[in-house]
Ligand binder design. Structure first.
Ligand code: HAX
Length: 423
């Protein structure tokens, strides 16, 4: 048995006990009232889910298992995955043991490449990535064991097995999508001596003489790992998983939500916006010109990508982490300059416009400019990177939900007539 399974076998009885106790003691306590505005407003702010992997505070941003994100930007994605799953940062032995499991399961079945090669040449990289996950559904350990009569208290173990096998393959699948979709030549075999994030950078095949792309990929894959339970991708994935659909179905479903321009696709939209500015002004414009450009965009009825958030009311710490990385590693790049200048300009414009509840940048405002600088210029690929990382949070939440026996998701909808008579 792996150290991870042992650790979870120690922890899960306590988590189950705590959940049972709070239901016994406070099961009837009211934690939220729901307004008509919220019912018509994407359920914004309604407390209706429990998620212990991470929390998003309006004024501090992402907190992973009680640790503010900016305190752990140095850790590897594999470490954050273990933190999400267990609530503890691993020691060296636990990390090595986990990394060896990821390496063991990293090989992608050949039929995945056949399917990806057969897709239309102009398929979106996200459609390819999510198809690759879905086509591997037949590999599901949970599906097989469930059919054989797996006991409910052991569901989480089979979900964990699927989670590790799936996440282990995502860097190779992501890199494969990149190389197939953008005609980069043969697929590149994994280097089993590299860690998970660096190996992804290696398989992309982008020249990386100073190993900065590897550093950036580790940071990128760590920062995007989770954002509590109610965002579109987590919520969709968890809803599908609550029907006991296995993680291949559920992760693919969640990532289809990440592919929307108001969610994960915003990073592609954001870089597109920055490049439009660069082309329009033939370089980095003055702050006055930039302000006018942003106003023109708003006045044409379009959002400023990379700004605003459904929960945050402060600059996203993930944005701060990327800007810090850029300041350390990038000199004289008009694209990164524009991103930094937008940060000086956009919040005051959005405040003056008075619509967006949060005028500050989110994660997507900076990430694309770094990828672009270090050689990944195909911005329709960026949401795939986000997906590789976010899958860790999604599957961690699925393991925990199955361990706690959280039932199938089924909130109640109401009709307009019901609201008229009852609200
Ligand atoms: N630019 C212009 N207008 C904006 C805006 C922005 N960046 N952010 C919000 N608004 C507008 C909304 O469109 C809305 O206008 P209407 O009343 O005319 O519909 C109004 O301000 C109120 O919106 P809100 O309550 O502040 O924001 P929501 O919770 O409804 O939406 C979004 C949050 C992130 C979707 C929104 O801020 C947005 O569209 N931002 C731009 C796209 C983006 O960056 N998305 C990535 C978010 C991070 C993420 O999930 N990544 O995966």
């Amino acid at each position: 048995m792996s150290l991870l399974i042992n650790k979870l076998c120690d922890k899960i009885p306590d988590w189950r006990y705590e959940a049972k106790q709070i239901i016994d003691e406070k099961g009837d306590s009211i934690i939220n009232n729901v307004t008509v505005q919220q019912v018509y407003g994407g359920m914004r702010g309604i407390k209706g889910l429990v998620c212990d992997t991470s929390a998003v505070s309006a004024d501090k941003g992402l907190i992973i298992r009680g640790i503010p994100l900016l305190e752990i930007t140095h850790i590897l994605p594999e470490e954050v995955f273990l933190l999400l799953l267990t609530g503890e940062l691993p020691d060296e032995e636990a990390l090595k043991d986990f990394q060896s499991q990821l390496t063991e399961h990293a090989d992608v079945p050949n039929y995945v490449w056949d399917v990806l090669e057969a897709m239309p040449e102009d398929s979106h990289p996200m459609a390819m990535f999510n198809t690759a996950i879905l086509v591997m559904e037949k590999e599901s350990v949970f599906h097989k064991k469930y059919d054989e009569g797996l006991q409910k208290q052991d569901y989480w173990k089979a979900i964990l097995e699927d989670a590790i096998r799936l996440v282990a393959k995502l860097p190779a699948i992501g890199a494969g999508v990149y190389r197939i979709r953008f005609n980069k030549g043969e697929l590149i075999a994994p280097d089993k001596n590299l860690d998970w994030g660096a190996n992804f950078a290696h398989m992309l095949g982008i020249p990386d003489p100073n190993r900065i792309l590897k550093k950036l990929m580790r940071l990128y894959l760590m920062l995007h790992c989770d954002h509590e339970g109610g965002n579109v991708s987590a919520f969709s994935g968890l809803t599908v998983a609550s029907a006991l659909s296995d993680p291949y179905y559920a992760v693919s479903a969640g990532l289809n939500g990440l592919a929307g321009p108001l969610h994960g696709l915003a990073n592609q939209e954001c870089l597109k916006f920055v490049l439009e500015i660069k082309d329009h002004f033939d370089g980095s414009p003055s702050k006055e010109d930039l302000t006018q450009f942003v106003w023109d965009r708003l006045n044409s009825g379009r959002v400023v990508p990379g700004y605003g958030h459904a929960v945050l009311r402060c600059p996203d710490p993930r944005f701060t982490a990327f800007i810090n990385f850029g300041k350390e590693n990038i000199k004289d790049d008009p694209v990164f300059d524009i991103v930094q200048n937008l940060f000086d300009v956009v919040p005051s414009v959005l405040k003056e416009q008075g619509k967006a509840k949060n005028p500050w940048p989110n994660v997507d405002a900076a990430s694309g400019s770094l990828l672009y600088h270090f050689g990944m210029t195909e911005f329709s690929f960026y949401t795939v990177l986000f997906s590789i990382s976010r899958a860790m949070g999604m599957v961690s939440q699925m393991v925990i939900n199955r361990a706690l026996g959280i039932p199938i998701t089924r909130p109640k909808s109401v009709t307009y007539d019901w609201l008229k008579s009852n609200a």
